[in-house]
Structures are given as C-alpha cells and as structure tokens.
Design a protein around this ligand. Structure first.
Ligand SMILES: [Zn+2]
Length: 478
C-alpha cells in the first residue's frame, strides 16, 4: 500500500473546503466524534469558535494529524449530506495519487485505454477547480502538470512537474557543455529530458523523485534551461505499464488502429514486411542515417513505416517483425508515412508461422505522370553504392574516400503520379529505374544532365505507367 496519508489532501484542498464544507446542520462532527477521530474536547473547541471558516480550519488541522485509515470515517461522515464534497475529494485523491504516489487503482488497472480516460476526466475536473481557486491568495505558483497533459503538444512550452527519475544516461560534452539524457515519469506517462544545467546534475538520481520547474517541452523531449530548478520531492511509484505505454514498448497495437492514434503517440507494431524500399541514407535531425521504408501488414490492415538507423539495415522483405517505440507523426509531405521509428526503436523477428497467410505485396499501382524534379549528385563507382551520395568525397555506403576522377554523377528523380482516384502520389526514382522508365517509353537516354532529363520527362506528361513502389520505385511497366 502507498504510504501517503490521504488526509494530506485536506491541505491542498483547503480553499475548496473552506467554501464547500458544511459543519452546521450536518452530522459530520458528531460522526467523527462517534468514530473517535476527534475527541469530545476537540469538538468543544471547534464549537467554541464563532467563525465558520476558522471552525473548518481547526477541524482540517486536527484531521491532518490523524492516521490514514481514519480518512475513511471522514469520507463516510460526508455521505448523504455532502456527497459533492466527498466526490470532489475522491477525485483529487485519485489524481494526487497518480501524481505523488502511485495509486493502487491505476496500478491494478488492466486496460490502458480506460486508464487514459480516467486520467483525462480527472484532469478536467481539476482544471475547473483551479479556475475557481485562482483568485485565492493561497493558490500561487505554477500549475503542476502531468506529463500526459503536454506530451502530445508539439508546441514549445514551460512546465513544472513532479517526476520520478527512471533512467540516467552518461554525461557527455556537447558544444563545450556537459549534459546527459534522462528519462522521467509520473503516473500518467514518461518522457526523455536533456539535462544541461550542472546545478541540476545531482538531483537526477535513479529512482529518485523530484519537482522540476521551468523545463521546456519541445514536442520531442524536455530541456532544462538556466532558470530550471529541481528539488528532491515526495517518493511515488510508477507502474511498469506507464513507461511501456509512454515509449511504445508494451503490447503491440493492431495495425488498423494505428491510423486513429493521435499524432506523437508511441506504440509497438507487429506485422509482416510485405514491401520494402532499397536501403539508402537520409538526413534526420542533422545526422545522416540509414533509411528504408517498409509496408507492414497484419490481419487488420497495413501501414507504411519510415525506418531509420540500424533497424533499417535489419529489415527483410517477408519477415514478421515486432518494432518497438514507433511514433505517429505529422508529416511534412503527405506521401511520407505517418509512422516512423525512433532512436529508441528496436526490432524483434518473430516466427514465420505467424501471419503466414499474408503474402508479399507485389501488386502494381497505376497512374499518370504529372510532375517531376531531378537532383544530380556525385557517387562512388561501386555499382552497389549508386543510391548513396558522397560527403566530402566519402561514400555514405561503403565509407571509402573516392578520388575526384573516380566519382560518378547520378540523377535521382522525384515524380508526381496522379492516381485514378485523383490523388497525387510522390515517388523517388533512382538512376537505374529512371533509365528503365525512359526505355519503356522508347526515349533515348538523356545522360547525366539535369536539364536534359527534365526535358525528356516533358514528352511524357499524362502517360500512364504502372509501378511497384515503397516510397522508392522498384519497378515500372506499361
Ligand atoms: Zn561506395
């Protein structure tokens, strides 16, 4: 059992109780006396006080010294006559237990969805109360936020939190500043935080609870800034499934559900790789990473996923995989998949007997050519490297340094295809497919010259073509 005394709620709800708690004409005090929560002497003392607000203050002060199990008597004393007060306190208790001490109800909750509902409703209640109390002199300072309340918000904002430190990374030096990454959680969710203020370093102890103030949420992670503070705070427990849900490491979601998840949610995917683009390199947050796109399918549907880094290199067409820590996102281009892997993602290969009824997707799609753009780049002479560019003469694929005289010029086209449904679909076409495309239409090879390539396309507007693609075109036919 959590060790927090439920009577402590009377302190945070003092203003509310001053307004709503009734002593006169109710049986509350008599009931508390009957249950030995207050003594006859204390009752007399309370009754001797002329002002109601001071009577209530006195009672609350007395109650807060009582042992936790007697809180039940206080709640029963409210029953029937002051149910609204009782319900309010219960709501606050539930919320506080999720903030300050893991609530046993939440912990035992098996269905994460109803847990979400529960927390959201609860937060709603609380906001109302805050607005009621906002002009009270006792209610100053910043609102304590739950991670769930801002996590899905892509906008930068400052937050104050009561969290538990779940993970602390190594201190590293970045632009002459020491920093480390940590993971913090409350009862609603978890996030990563980049700790850049040395004054805060000693506050981040594994399993320690802290109040963090003035930390900035960027939509991806929290950042500390010079005005951020951290104080050691009341301990609480974080149920395992909270971090699992927060970072998508729990149970996989069925693919048909992915579309209805809100942007920025994390989840685990399970499916068969029915389509896969060739491996390339792409820039992601300033880093050049291995990249491919896959189409994952299960019995309920299919989804395209941008796969980055080591995991991209492990993808294999036809395999059944479980990819953890995937994230739903808003894409800059409607052709980009709305699901991406993250730096936390991991892949697990499952037995091929799973989803064995699902076939690789070799269907051709069809559309007409309506737009194009071409980019030329220098590449390595190794034929396997033609999709990779050179960075300062180094091949992104085989990492060899390529002397100028050996460098080859390639073109990659981005083509817009108008589908029969009237959608425009943007696809990437690398050099070998580009040449095949021109050959299909009996065009002479334009050479590695951007203007000539674009000019060759000019004769092909509105031509219908069939293609197999997963972001990148792997085959064309007429
Ligand atoms: Zn190479």
């Amino acid at each position: 059992m959590p060790s927090v005394n439920p009577f402590s709620i009377l302190q945070t709800q003092r203003t509310y109780l001053q307004k709503h708690l009734q002593l006169k004409g109710t049986h509350l005090l008599d009931y508390l006396l009957e249950k030995n929560v207050i003594t006859p002497r204390q009752l007399e003392d309370i009754e001797d006080i002329p002002q109601t607000s001071k009577k209530i203050s006195k009672l609350l002060t007395l109650l807060m010294k009582r042992p936790p199990h007697e809180f039940e008597h206080f709640m029963t004393g409210l029953e029937g006559e002051q149910d609204h007060v009782k319900d309010h306190l219960q709501g606050c208790l539930d919320k506080v237990s999720s903030e300050e001490n893991c609530n046993i109800d939440v912990e035992m909750e098996e269905d994460p969805e109803s847990m979400d509902e529960f927390t959201e409703n609860d937060c709603g209640d609380d906001t109302d109360d805050e607005s009621v109390e906002s002009d009270s002199e006792e209610d100053i300072g910043q609102p304590l936020k739950l991670i769930k309340e801002f996590k899905m918000d892509p906008e930068e904002q400052d937050v104050t939190l009561h969290v538990k430190v779940m993970k602390v990374g190594q201190v590293e030096e970045k632009s002459n500043k020491r920093q480390f990454m940590a993971t913090v959680a409350d009862a609603t969710s978890a996030v990563d935080i980049c700790v850049r203020e040395e004054t805060l370093f000693d506050k981040f102890k594994l399993e320690g609870c802290i109040i963090l103030r003035n930390v900035t949420w960027t939509g991806r992670i929290l950042f500390t800034k010079p005005s951020s503070t951290a104080t050691f705070a009341m301990e609480f427990r974080v149920p395992k499934e909270v971090t699992a849900n927060a970072f998508g490491t729990g149970d996989p979601v069925t693919i048909s559900k992915v579309c209805s998840l809100p942007d920025m949610s994390w989840f685990k995917l399970r499916g068969k790789i029915v389509k896969q683009s060739p491996l390339t390199k792409r820039k992601c947050f300033g880093k050049v990473l291995s990249y491919c796109q896959v189409k994952l399918k299960d019995d309920t549907g299919s989804v395209y996923v941008d796969v980055w880094g080591d995991i991209a290199e492990q993808m294999q067409l036809g395999k059944v995989v479980e990819v953890g820590s995937c994230k739903k996102r808003q894409t800059s281009s409607p052709d980009d998949p709305c699901v991406t892997t993250t730096t936390k993602s991991s892949v697990k290969f499952l037995t091929s007997t799973l989803l064995k009824q699902i076939q690789k997707d070799r269907r051709y799609q069809r559309g007409t050519l309506v737009g194009t753009d071409v980019t030329l780049y220098m590449s390595c002479p190794n034929p396997r490297c033609f999709r990779y560019q050179l960075t300062d003469g180094q091949c992104e694929s085989c990492l060899r340094q390529i002397p100028d005289r050996d460098q080859l010029n390639y073109g990659v086209a981005s083509i817009d295809i108008l589908t029969q449904k009237g959608n425009i679909h943007s696809l990437t076409v690398y050099w070998t497919q580009l040449l095949k495309f021109f050959r299909l239409f009996k065009k002479t090879q334009p050479g590695r010259d951007k203007e000539k390539i674009v000019k060759t396309f000019n004769d092909l507007w509105n031509k219908t073509v069939k293609f197999q693609a997963c972001g990148i075109v792997s085959k064309f036919k007429l």
